[in-house]
Design a protein around this ligand. Sequence first.
Ligand code: ATP
Length: 539
Amino acid sequence: MKSMDKIVSLCKRRGFLFQSSEIYGGIQGFWDYGPLGVELKRNVKEAWWTDMIRGHNDLITPAGAPSTFEMVGLDSTIIMHPQVWKCSGHYDLFHDHMVDCRESKKRYRFDQVRGRWCEHRDQKIFVSTLAEVEQELDEVRRRAMKFFKLRPKNADELTVGNESLTLDQLDDTHSVLAPDAKSLDTLTEPREFNLMFKTTIGALGGEEDAAFLRPETAQGIFVNFKNVVDSSRVKIPFGIGQIGKSFRNEITPRNFTFRSREFEQMEIEFFCRPDQSQEWYRYWRDRRLAWYKTLGLSDESLIMREHHVEELAHYSVGTADIEYAFPFLPPGEYGELEGIAHRGDFDLRSHMEGKLDPNSPPGEPMKVELNEHGKPKHRGSGKDLSYRDEVTNEKFVPHVIEPSAGADRGVLAFLCEAYTEDEAPDENGEMQVRTVMKLHPRLAPVKAAVFPLVKKDGMPEVAQEIYGELKQSMNVFYDEKGAVGRRYRRQDEAGTPYCITVDTDTLTDKTVTIRDRDTLEQTRVKIDEVAAVIHTLLR
Ligand code: ATP
């Protein structure tokens, strides 16, 4: 059975992920990638960069696309001019609702604390918890028993509701037992909390020197739009892609790396003519979903959730989230992997004219937001960020489609999908449960492992030669310690797709075996052909 506990423990045991600053007790919402994890994450980012940016052929029209198009890359800074965040809307609008607990002094995100209604005699209370979904029911029951001072033998006097709800789904919080409280009704009214990390530039450090760590990589692309157009001669339609760190001061980081305070994004801003934007929106939405599937996420665990009309910003024609059935969610619930948004001309126009008013009347061009004195609330750069079509000589502000993916959430989904328990024969030929990470070969941290069957008869020398040759073009692992069955198991847990074993036959017929991680089939291959065969298999 796949469970989050097992996945988290494998990640730590095998060096995929560690808690940041663990020797000091850790720091909530920050994670480090170990030797296997860093390779996996690099492979995810590399696959994205190759498939979306560098490997994109702008001479042919990809299936489903309205026309050919160009893609280029960018690497902008984490700290930018503070005005960027004023015009993007993050300064005023990028917040979550939080509640404070007057008893425990802890702070929670309103929409993330879960719980259930519990009833004992004529008292009905809402018992909340931050426990993972798998433990939620038990934890709610345990806390309710304690609250009502019930002994185990009186457990049937307690009724626990079937439905798991979050605090924001309740009408009021007066009957809530907060996650770390002993008495009822200790939560404050929800308040807004800006998610941007603040820092100061320079030695003086006054309020005017305040700067922010970017909460998304996208704005670095918008503010460089003109630079890219002028320097690289790209023509609309084209996209700019960027991979980089983003920071959000999440109130309740949780669910392993899913909601972290420091994470990486892989974002594309795709610029097109306004009259073609809907077609491009549909193209990117479908293409991004297909990308996850080609790298191994199953049809059943992925969904595309189109936002309802009421959820959309009125300048947007559509937004869709690609969501994955993470094991920490209740059955039937999905968590966002990537959002694909039609952003109209909101961002470029805001950086030109000043922050646009998201409440401008629908159907009219958006107006610059004004302060109480009737002056622009946040002034734009005043630079012309429009585009001139060389053929038609038309000038317009391009519309933007934004596929915005999280690298860490992608890695987590690939890890969850890959985790498999099946049965395989052990050293003595007896069937045993085996844990195997069925990662797509493009993503696997180690592509192949090379083993001499035993540490004698010249086998290590042959194995080391094969290792040396493969090492030049891929991440390979060499292991000569212990029973070969155990070495296979270790590679299965690391997700290594192929194991190459040098055995007694190698010495006479110059062949080795290649073992397939998923089918467990072993095929004999000539030593001189090993590299070519492995390369073909990995493709
Ligand atoms: P959520 O609703 O889960 O907070 P969001 O809608 O705010 O996410 P976006 O602003 O659309 O997220 O960011 C784009 C992508 O960046 C998300 O789909 C996700 O993959 C990633 N991402 C956003 N916030 C985090 C985070 N705190 N930790 C890890 N990844 C994140």
